[in-house]
Design a protein around this ligand. Structure first.
Ligand SMILES: [Zn+2]
Ligand SMILES: [Zn+2]
Length: 368
């Protein structure tokens, strides 16, 4: 993660000359840290540094000023595009029922983890759990390649503080649907985890480790899928399963599906749907998004009362994550699930305004 004030190398820079303005893609390896006057030594910068920091990010250092640049960072953008392009390898690796089953299973597991734990637990503390279960689901969440639990939850808490205001990082109202869906997290401004927003979980060293080295779990998942596929190919070659096939289906296709349903909550549910509650933002309730994301589509409910474990407030508002968390509470894995108070479910209608008299009352004018 970039943390230095001049770490926005490898971006699309807009160069303005007196003659003409043009978009200039500067190859980062040719530039020095010249905007840092005290540092005459060429600093490791650019797209390569960005990619390197995916695997080995610097330690969180709040003394270094936050890089507030909102230009796309090539070092983040290229791997993101590559993840999408890798799905096209499906035309070379083919399919098998095993590959599709694993892709669906990993989609379901990771969407549940993102909604149930990254969102409702780490961001909103909507229930309690043990340190072990907390760690297990933080690790599974990392495998969805949406950064670590502290990064995710801190940014989400910021969203609730500023939703649809100019400082909101992913408001479609402020910057459009494309930005809100999948551009905001590719900028230097979004890279750092603001630990001040998440001190309650940042105190756990194992979570800080996962958050800093957030690519460990995705790499482990990808390697496991490839290895398992190769084992199946050895033991049952007639199945047609290969390591690359499980990698493409179980990692790339499944992860990209997780990506875009998660992003819909930031983009679509602030644009399309119905509003039950008056909130200061544009949040909406959407059955389609709720079905795809296992309950996150009831976003207007959620913005109105974010602390509840359930986001579908009524029985007809399908909320799969809540059902699974309820089942987990029966097993003793989670507890103290927070409900929705009656006053929230059925807010009192505002008192009707005094009727305006049709005729103005006569005004008595006193002669002085
Ligand atoms: Zn929102
Ligand atoms: Zn939330």
């Amino acid at each position: 993660m970039d943390s230095s004030p001049h770490a926005n190398s490898g971006e699309i820079r807009v160069a303005k000359s007196p003659v003409m303005s043009k978009v200039n893609i500067v190859h980062p390896s040719f530039r020095l840290a010249k905007d840092h006057s005290m540092n005459q030594v060429p600093a490791p910068r650019g797209v390569f540094k960005s990619i390197f920091q995916w695997f080995c990010p610097p330690k969180q250092d709040d003394t270094v000023p936050q890089n507030m640049s909102e230009r796309l960072d090539w070092g983040r953008l290229m791997p993101f595009i590559a993840m999408h392009l890798a799905c096209l390898l499906v035309f070379f690796v083919g399919w098998s029922w095993l590959a599709i089953s694993i892709a669906v299973f990993l989609y379901a597991l990771r969407v549940f983890t993102l909604t149930g734990f990254y969102h409702r637990y780490f961001s909103h503390r909507a229930f309690k759990t043990s340190r072990l279960v907390q760690f297990i689901f933080a690790a599974i969440g990392c495998s969805a390649v949406q950064r670590g639990p502290l990064w995710w939850a801190a940014h989400h808490r910021h969203h609730h503080k500023t939703s649809d205001e100019p400082d909101d990082l992913h408001s479609p109202k402020q910057k459009g649907i494309f930005w809100a869906h999948m551009a905001w997290f590719l900028t230097p401004r979004a890279q750092r985890t603001n630990l001040k927003l998440i001190p309650d979980f940042a105190k756990y060293p194992e979570l800080r480790f996962l958050d800093r080295f957030d690519l460990v779990m995705p790499v482990l998942l990808a390697l496991s899928l490839f290895g398992f596929g190769e084992l199946v190919a050895l033991g049952a070659p007639e199945s047609g399963v290969t390591g690359f096939q499980l990698l493409v289906w179980g990692f790339f296709i499944s992860t990209i599906a997780c990506y875009h349903v998660t992003y819909l909550v930031n983009s679509a549910t602030h644009l399309i749907g119905t509003r039950r509650y008056e909130t200061k933002d544009d949040s909406k309730n959407s059955l389609v998004v709720a079905l795809l994301t296992f309950g996150e589509g009831w976003h207007n409910n959620h913005h109105y009362y974010p602390n509840s474990t359930r986001q579908g407030f009524f029985w007809w508002e399908i909320d799969l994550t809540f059902y699974v968390l309820t089942f987990m509470s029966k097993l003793g894995l989670v507890w103290d699930l927070k409900g929705v108070p009656e006053r929230i479910l059925y807010p009192k209608p505002k008192a009707a305004p005094e009727p305006i008299p049709m005729q103005a009352e006569p005004v008595t004018v006193h002669a002085s």
